[in-house]
Design a protein around this ligand. Structure first.
Ligand code: G4P
Length: 319
């Protein structure tokens, strides 16, 4: 799936993070608990390497609790990293986040040595909701201060506790194809960037193998594991009356229904990837990406030779 989504403001955000990171004590990365691997920004890993990291698996109320446990254990095993699950709409758990920051940077958090926390996440992951619940009207947004760029905002959470907020950021291209589908299914990607039917078919394919029962209950279907993805989508359209006439199903409408039911949590608590699955997808994606790069380099070299008149390497060997 070809998805392009790197508008100019994302370059600005990237620059702002690169600049700010030098004086940051803890990086909070907000992840979508339904797709933790796919919602982690690989560019952020490069930008923030070496900083204590707090991974927040947000929207855990929508995610499979057993799988959330696996992901938390996966992240907590990484050096200088802590992970917590959160429902950003509930205010009390957000305080856990402040506590976790103190644990990651115990010498910070007073007026002499304030705690400086950078919060990042992909669009729609719940960053604004979390900040709103954490600040509960006490916070002062101080985005116009000197030294604060337009691509960030400083929020004073408490005396000696500063939160630097950055706009939601996706990365320039997807290496893991499955991540593209999962991000689209979750609502992180604008509607114009993907095809609903394609995303719904991928989603149903995963669900029929891992969450068949709740899908069957919700759409009143039977034995979907034995059905083709297209048949499931067709059946969903029929059950929900998404018809075009002459008995044909409106597949676009059926796809929108399937995606909406997943996003809203009506299918139950679902997580679209495990740490093991994601590691396999990533490894395969990296191989494909390397192959793609080799082809691209060859095309570019050929173009340079033809248009910039770089001498073609002599294949006859030395005379
Ligand atoms: P962003 O700043 O990262 O872009 O995301 P934002 O806070 O705007 O949240 C995006 C959507 O996710 C909102 O729903 C918000 O209510 C929802 N959300 C955020 N955190 C959680 C959570 O922990 N659990 C659940 N279930 N939902 C969460 P929306 O439909 O776009 O808006 P609204 O109608 O709910 O306000």
């Amino acid at each position: 799936m070809a998805i392009q989504w790197f508008p100019g403001h994302m370059h600005l955000t990237r620059q702002a993070i690169a600049e700010r990171i030098k004086e940051i004590d803890v990086v909070i990365e907000l992840l979508d608990a339904r797709l933790p691997g796919s919602s982690a920004n690989p560019m952020l890993a490069d930008l923030t390497a070496g900083r204590p990291a707090l991974k927040v698996l947000n929207k855990q109320d929508l995610a499979d609790p057993v799988r959330t446990g696996h992901w938390l254990a996966h992240y907590n095993a990484q050096p200088a990293t802590r992970a917590i699950g959160l429902d950003a709409t509930a205010s009390a758990p957000a305080q856990r986040l402040i506590k976790a920051c103190h644990e990651l940077a115990p010498t910070r958090g007073n007026l002499v040595k304030p705690m400086r926390v950078l919060i990042c996440g992909i669009p729609n992951v719940g960053k604004s909701t979390l900040i709103n619940t954490m600040t509960s009207k006490r916070a002062a947004k101080t985005g116009d201060e000197a030294g604060i760029t337009k691509a960030e905002q400083r929020i004073v959470l408490a005396d000696g506790f500063y939160l630097y907020d950055t706009p939601g950021m996706l990365w320039p291209r997807i290496i893991v194809a499955k991540s593209g589908y999962n991000l689209a299914a979750s609502g992180a990607v604008g509607r114009n960037a993907f095809d609903d039917e394609e995303v719904a078919l991928e989603l149903l394919d995963y669900l029929k193998h891992h969450y068949a029962a709740p899908v069957e209950v919700r759409f009143r279907l039977e034995a979907i594991a034995a059905m083709k993805d297209e048949e499931i989508l067709d059946a969903i359209g029929r059950k929900r009356g998404a018809l075009l006439g002459k008995g044909k199903v409106n597949l676009q409408k059926a796809a929108e229904i399937a995606i909406h039911e997943f996003r809203s949590g009506n299918l139950g608590r679902i997580t679209l990837e495990t740490p093991e699955e994601f590691a396999l997808w990533l490894a395969a994606g990296k191989v494909l990406d390397a192959e793609r790069q080799v082809k691209k380099d060859a095309i570019e070299l050929d173009r340079a030779i033809r248009f910039k008149k770089i001498p073609r390497p002599d294949r006859r060997g030395g005379d």
